[in-house]
Write a protein that binds this ligand. Structure first.
Ligand SMILES: C[S@@+](CC[C@H](N)C(=O)[O-])C[C@H]1O[C@@H](n2cnc3c(N)ncnc32)[C@H](O)[C@@H]1O
Length: 246
């Protein structure tokens, strides 16, 4: 191993990585989720030069860095600590004060990234707080939220009129078998899981949030170390209504 690679490895070691991220000098972070081979399934434009992009719930920043690599000017938001997640009251003792930005900052520095990370909840996203974006990216977040419908309303509000949002979430394969009914199940086995939706529910929520066009672009099993398989759907919402009532 070169001294440069050794120096990068020393920065990476000891952090709890959520994302597998390729860093300079051939070093890769030992992530819980490895999106690398599945990026094409999310339908990001190859060329994002000149676009403003928002990564909602960025964690270690994999998607923010990917959009930046494609040329976008990227803003990323996340909570300060995992302890601020929407824990059901019964499970609040599971809350751990893990700083979500710790690994992000290391990757950001090592990649020489210019992504702007803001500490902000999806519940506080609005044109007044962050402006509007050509591409809004949200992945693996709604299942952790008490109020996914409000989150999608805010995502729609910050999507520029000619822009679009990519919403990529796990769905419940069993609920999906009921003829396209928008069914959802309350509760997950994990302490921060609130809802399991059918694809029809996710599509209906995106429409209700204000996207006139909602298209499904992919379904696949997330490449991660979870004990249960996480099957995801990728939805693309466009034509956001400008103001409620329109
Ligand atoms: C399962 S990870 C998903 C990370 C990344 N989006 C991905 O697809 O790989 C969930 C992330 O959601 C963040 N999160 C949870 N509640 C949030 C909220 N209310 N607003 C913003 N981020 C939130 C967590 O801090 C964590 O970074």
């Amino acid at each position: 191993m070169t001294p440069e690679a050794q120096a990068v490895l020393e920065r990476v070691t000891g952090l709890d990585w959520y994302h597998t991220i390729d860093l300079p000098h051939g070093v890769t972070t030992p992530g819980y989720v490895d999106h690398r081979a599945q990026v094409a399934l999310y339908g990001l434009p190859d060329d994002m030069r000149g676009l403003r992009a928002l990564d909602v719930a960025t964690y270690d920043g994999f998607w923010a860095f990917e959009m930046e690599r494609r040329g976008a000017e990227v803003t990323a938001i996340d909570l300060e600590s995992l302890a601020q997640c929407d824990f059901p009251r019964r499970f609040r003792h599971h809350a751990v004060d893990y700083q979500t930005g710790a690994a992000f900052q290391v990757a950001h520095e090592l990649l020489g990234s210019r992504v702007e990370r803001k500490v902000m909840s999806v519940y506080d996203l609005s044109p007044a707080t962050v402006g509007t974006f050509d591409v809004v990216f949200l992945s693996d977040l709604l299942l952790h939220l008490r109020d996914p419908a409000l989150a999608l309303e805010n995502v729609c509000a910050v999507t520029a009129p000619a822009g679009f949002a990519i919403v990529a979430e796990p769905y419940n394969v069993d609920l999906d078998r009921f003829g396209g009914l928008p069914l959802s199940q309350f509760g997950f086995e994990q302490a921060v899981g609130w809802w399991q939706h059918s694809v029809a529910t996710l599509k209906t929520m995106m429409w209700a949030a204000g996207f006139d066009n909602v298209e499904e672009t992919a379904r696949f099993r997330l490449n991660c170390r979870a004990a249960i398989p996480l099957i995801k759907v990728v939805l693309r919402g466009s034509c956001p209504i400008v103001a409620p009532g329109q």
